[in-house]
Design a protein around this ligand. Sequence first.
Ligand SMILES: CC(C)(COP(=O)(O)OP(=O)(O)OC[C@H]1O[C@@H](n2cnc3c(N)ncnc32)[C@H](O)[C@@H]1OP(=O)(O)O)[C@@H](O)C(=O)NCCC(=O)NCCS
Length: 166
Amino acid sequence: MVEIVPITSAHIESFHRTLDYVARERRYLSFVQAPPLESTRAFILNNIHEGYPQFVALSAGEVVGWCDVTPKSGPIDARIGVLGMGLLPQFRHQGTGTRLMAAALEAAQLAGFSRVELTVYRGNTNAIRLYQKRGFLLKAVQPREAGNDGFDKTLLVMALTLDGPR
Ligand SMILES: CC(C)(COP(=O)(O)OP(=O)(O)OC[C@H]1O[C@@H](n2cnc3c(N)ncnc32)[C@H](O)[C@@H]1OP(=O)(O)O)[C@@H](O)C(=O)NCCC(=O)NCCS
């Protein structure tokens, strides 16, 4: 049974291991390893302090996935959130990504974000389907060199407009 909960400081090391694992797959994320633990800790603690949505999926007390929405840099873009997410391979295709995203988007709306953006590689069809189902629309296409493995790393920018808090 996988549980979805807001991240706490107790989850940071486990989150860092999962982030690092998914990054080292070198397929889905734009970085190839997690940032150092201490900068990850600072990032998470700041998200908690600022009330930015950051949810984790827990299995047997360990973080197996995450979904966060953090402000796009710059004051003009303060109400635009950037979404990031991922799951360990053995926890994919079981509806957990859908649940993580629902929790993060609801919290983003309550936190006052008016729009959420994300980038995804065109080869990442599982993620794209999830985003489309949740209403994300394609906003831009940034062509890239194909990877050695033939995985299409054309970068898609997708966005979802949120209603104001009720
Ligand atoms: C992208 C990602 C977060 C999606 O999460 P996920 O948990 O795999 O997604 P879901 O299971 O919610 O949905 C994926 C599919 O599983 C199906 N599914 C949902 N519940 C299911 C269940 N109980 N049993 C079997 N399949 C199920 C969904 O219907 C969906 O299928 P469809 O796309 O054919 O409709 C995850 O695959 C992942 O971590 N990928 C690698 C990292 C990554 O790509 N991060 C995003 C970078 S932009």
